[in-house]
Design a binder for this molecule. Structure first.
Ligand SMILES: [Fe+2]
Ligand SMILES: [Fe+2]
Length: 121
């Protein structure tokens, strides 16, 4: 039987990431939000990666590569120094939201199920 319980910390952290991305879509949103997104994502990815290592999750290489791609996107945006006008920021936020949605409902779900089924969650 399929478990219906959720991994609370993972769900809560995903929620915060989506909230930061929503804020980034607002007019005149601050560049500071990108730093906040980066810090929060780094922390969240590190936590998932720690579980993957400790539980020897079989899909961890692919999953960590996906995290690395997101980190790279953010780092490029922060390094680029482009002016973050409203339309550019909205494009970024929409792109990152789509990426995160696919990730969260794709391979993060596999990890969630794996952690929930492991005795050492
Ligand atoms: Fe995640
Ligand atoms: Fe993930």
């Amino acid at each position: 039987m399929r478990k219906t319980s959720a991994l609370i910390w993972q769900d809560a952290q995903h929620q915060v990431l989506f909230e930061i991305l929503d804020l980034l879509k607002l007019p005149n949103a601050d560049r500071e939000l990108l730093f906040r997104l980066k810090a929060y994502a780094d922390n969240h990815f590190a936590m998932e990666e720690q579980y993957m290592r400790e539980l020897d999750f079989p899909g961890r290489i692919e999953h960590m590569q996906a995290h690395a791609r997101f980190r790279k996107e953010i780092a490029e945006l922060l390094d680029g120094g482009e002016e973050l006008d409203d339309s550019f920021r909205e494009i970024i936020a929409t792109f990152l939201t789509q990426w995160l949605t696919l990730h969260v409902f794709g391979i993060d779900k596999l990890l969630e199920e794996f952690i929930l089924q492991s005795p050492a969650k």
